[in-house]
Design a protein around this ligand. Structure first.
Ligand code: APR
Ligand code: ZN
Ligand code: ZN
Length: 361
């Protein structure tokens, strides 16, 4: 029997979000219904609500979530009712060209639930990133559920579902930071600060955090940054070079998503170094760099999609590190809120007051 639950829905472009009754069908083949325990508020939710992703309103928002599997459909073997899971938006297909070449973290045909959740009048909802977890329950593809140790707090675990994983993975997977590396992170919100943590986990010798907000730099310092640079008052490129013997960092992670900060990242890295772009630009943004510098400085210019994570490989491992006290996910939970508080959380996020507001159900 379909269930009726409360969920946060964006009805139209720029309209404040509100709680609506959401009809969640029973799971069909390959699907699972998950009782959501926690879901973080991410910029992407706000982008949906502002019409910046597409026009498929109404959206059921929320996608950084953890919860317990309630029921599964026919043929589901990877998870079972009662499992504690983190939801992911990379349920790999196993058959696309990326999967077949052994690079499933790039999967180009990721799975979502085949059935639709709806409003009570039957209007189909578009779940954010195929998840829709600002709701008491949600319907997903079973592959979107990654089982992890239930000893973890749901609020902390859910963050691995998006932003924090993006930042950790930018350092660990995409940037391939190694022991002794010098790493600079430009933009220290939830994503960039997770890159700071990732760089520390990987054994970076020097971690330079760059931001225009001293509050974020202070947090970065607490999470393992060895140096901080406020780029409102100091030239970021010069500062990073000075802190690295005049050379630049081995890996520079751009976690803002703007041409100016990308250019800083480009020039703040050592010869043959790596730039990782994890910040998401807007369609209007353009980059203008001397092609000779692109060639002459060598190295790698990479983008990091969702931290190039493979949920089945990375989530259980990172939760184990969290439970061992080696990965402070709790530090990213600035506040816990209720379902009805998402609109106010958007405002706080917009003003840079939080790393993450997390809805706890
Ligand atoms: N130079 C340095 N830091 C900057 C600049 C700048 N010019 N402009 C903004 N910042 C800082 C902000 O002060 C803030 O600390 O970048 C940080 C951005 O953090 P958040 O707004 O909290 O965003 P976050 O969730 O970390 O996401 C960062 O990654 O996944 C993408 O869509 C996401 O593009 C966004 C980026
Ligand atoms: Zn695939
Ligand atoms: Zn997100």
């Amino acid at each position: 029997m379909a269930q009726r639950v409360r969920g946060v829905v964006a009805r139209g472009k720029g309209e404040p979000v509100g709680i609506e009754t959401v009809v969640v069908p029973d799971p069909g083949p390959g699907e699972a219904v998950v009782t959501v325990q926690a879901c973080g508020v991410c910029h992407t939710d706000l982008h949906y609500r502002e019409g910046g992703i597409n026009d498929d309103f109404p959206f059921l928002l929320g996608h950084e979530a953890a919860g317990v599997v309630e029921s599964v459909g026919e043929g589901v073997t990877e998870v079972a009712p009662g499992d504690f899971v983190i939801l992911n938006w990379r349920a790999v297909c196993g058959q696309c060209r990326a999967c077949l070449r052994g690079r499933p973290w790039y999967c180009f045909n990721t799975h979502n639930a085949a059935q639709k959740m709806t409003l009570e009048d039957g209007t189909e909802l578009s779940p954010a990133l195929g998840i829709g977890a600002f709701a008491e329950k949600t319907l997903v593809a079973a592959g979107q559920c990654t089982k992890v140790d239930p000893a973890a707090s749901p609020a902390a675990a859910g963050l691995l579902g998006c932003g924090v994983m993006a930042g950790l993975g930018a350092a660990l997977n995409t940037g391939n930071v190694g022991r002794g590396d010098c790493v600079a992170v430009i933009g220290c919100g939830g994503v960039g600060n997770a890159s700071v943590v990732g760089a520390r986990l990987a054994g970076a010798a020097r971690i330079i955090a760059v931001d225009i907000d001293d509050r974020k730099l202070e947090t970065a310092r607490g999470l393992g940054a060895t140096h901080t640079v406020n780029s409102r008052s100091t030239d970021a490129v010069e500062a990073i070079r000075e802190l690295t013997g005049g050379f630049g960092a081995d890996v520079v992670i751009e976690a803002v998503g703007r041409p100016e900060t990308y250019e800083q990242a480009f020039y703040a890295r050592d010869l043959a170094g790596t730039v990782v772009l994890v910040g998401v630009p807007t369609p209007q943004m353009r980059l203008d760099l001397p092609l000779l510098d692109v060639f002459g400085r060598g190295g790698a210019l990479k983008s990091s999609w969702y931290g190039d994570c493979l949920p089945s490989r990375d989530f259980p491992m990172l939760i184990d590190l969290y439970l061992q006290g080696r990965l402070d996910l709790d530090a990213f939970v600035t506040e816990t809120i209720e379902l009805g508080d998402v609109e106010q959380a958007f405002a706080r996020m917009h003003h840079g007051d939080v790393l993450r507001s997390v809805v706890v159900l």
